[in-house]
Design a protein around this ligand. Structure first.
Ligand SMILES: [Zn+2]
Length: 475
């Protein structure tokens, strides 16, 4: 009898857990931003940009059930089940949740003469989600333990933010006096770092500017044998050397390339990288050769345009995030911006070349992915900068459909997660961004995010942005 009863309860439990998966619970801090609970939600009469780069479809129905996309199609094709929450989306657009690959949970906060960066553990994850980022890879870490805990707390429903892939502390040799930078002394330490941080849950590694070729070879061996990937913001190593060694990804488009510095010696980081790019013709055969090598070796390039955006004639904080800043920092940024007006013609020229090179790389068949890198001069703020990246891709000549593809599908291709995320397709995760307006008519409509669905739960974009106004730089 006892045995029978146990069997009976096992069957009951099995039925309960397979039919109705236990809903995720959320802390009050997260619940405060939930506009649409998970369950059955239909977005009707909506324009769908599906992330594949294919043409948008008007007047569609998108049915979300629990954490999945249950159906996509026109009104005649889809039966909306009873009890479904129906959101009329006439005049609105949906895109897949953004998959951004060069994000950080830290922000530049200058310290006297030093370049200093400070972790933003509460405002930044929330701002990313507010702008539609549902998956992100951090592009290097200064507080890996904080990043890993935030990732876990988001998964547990305790904090508001995207799903995260955490990159380990930078693999870097002595060179910069940046207080938060991790420094290794030899390749043995590089190998130990990969072993340690991969065991802790980091899924990506990043070579930095003074790392040597031997460091790269070591890190590639250690990471690849664990099925993990390596990227780089390199300098001592050229793009060509990194591609030939087997690196998976290079950051900052072509702006970090030292390949074109005349007389550059192996394992040396000379000055003059920006000048060498300024001197290079935008259609140079040398650059085309490098791009072809990267394509042949399947090296993805991460576009991080907001961190390079010049001062003159552009916003103080890219994407409209000036009011997100702590008042003292807002004042500082405004003053620096005023000071720099009409003084950065050289950086405008290189920036325009970078726009062209990213388009050339994509058009030649390269895997262009995107991120924002909220560091630099302090004018790049999580969330707002994600809008700006999409706008800048459009400025580079990509169609809005291509710009969205770069920031969605391409990110999932790199992460090896196309079965789950990156496009709007039946069966994929219900990670969806609802935008008021049409980004094909005006790319700036990307800033009108209304609801960001992550795992089928709809978060109120404006409420998330408003909740940390004036706080960036503080937490
Ligand atoms: Zn970065």
């Amino acid at each position: 009898m006892k045995k029978l009863l146990t069997g009976f309860f096992t069957v009951i439990a099995f039925v309960l857990f397979t039919v109705k998966p236990q809903a995720q619970s959320y802390s009050p801090q997260v619940s405060a931003f939930i506009k649409v609970a998970a369950g059955s939600t239909a977005l009707t009469d909506v324009k769908i940009i599906d992330g594949t780069g294919g043409p948008a479809k008007e007047h569609q129905v998108l049915l979300l059930q629990n954490d999945r996309i249950a159906a996509v199609g026109n009104a005649k094709e889809i039966t909306i089940p009873a009890g479904t929450t129906i959101i009329n989306c006439s005049g609105k657009t949906v895109i897949p949740g953004l998959v951004m690959l060069h994000e950080h949970l830290y922000y530049t906060s200058p310290l006297e003469a030093f370049f200093n960066i400070t972790e933003m553990p509460f405002s930044f994850p929330r701002l990313y989600l507010a702008a539609g980022v549902t998956t992100m890879r951090t592009g290097g870490s200064i507080e890996p333990q904080t990043d890993l805990n935030i990732k876990r707390m988001i998964e547990e429903g305790k904090l508001t933010g995207p799903d995260m892939d955490v990159t380990a502390p930078y693999i870097e040799r002595k060179g910069f006096d940046i207080p938060s930078l991790n420094i290794i002394k030899d390749t043995a330490e590089a190998a130990a770092s990969v072993a340690f941080w991969s065991a802790k849950g980091c899924t990506s590694f990043k070579m930095y500017m003074h790392a040597t070729k031997a460091d790269l070879v070591t890190v590639l061996r250690e990471a690849h044998q664990r099925g993990l990937k390596v990227t780089g913001h390199i300098g001592t190593i050229t793009y060509r050397e990194a591609a030939e060694a087997g690196i998976d990804n290079l950051e900052h488009g072509f702006m970090a390339s030292t390949d074109f510095i005349p007389g550059k010696k192996e394992n040396e980081l000379p000055a003059g990288s920006r000048k060498s790019l300024a001197d290079l013709d935008v259609n140079s055969a040398q650059m085309k050769n490098l791009m072809q090598l990267l394509i042949n070796k399947k090296v993805a390039i991460t576009s991080t345009l907001p961190v390079f955006e010049p001062y003159t004639g552009r916003e103080i904080v890219h994407g409209g995030g000036l009011d997100a800043l702590l008042p003292e920092i807002k004042e500082k940024m405004t003053n620096e911006w005023k000071e720099m007006q009409h003084k950065d013609s050289a950086s405008i020229r290189v920036f325009n070349k970078e726009l062209a090179w990213e388009k050339q790389f994509y058009d030649a068949g390269g895997l262009l992915v995107a991120g924002t890198d909220p560091t630099g001069a302090g004018r790049t703020i999580a969330g707002y900068s994600n809008y700006r990246e999409i706008e800048l891709l459009a400025e580079a000549g990509f169609t809005p459909l291509q710009a969205i593809k770069i920031c969605t599908l391409n990110g999932s291709v790199y992460l090896g997660r196309t079965n789950e995320i990156g496009t709007i397709e039946k069966g994929k995760k219900a990670d969806i961004v609802l935008i008021d307006g049409d980004i094909e008519k005006d790319i700036k409509n990307i800033r009108n995010t209304e609801i960001v669905f992550k795992n089928g739960v709809g978060f109120d974009s404006k409420k998330m942005f408003d909740s940390v106004k004036g706080k960036v730089g503080l937490y």
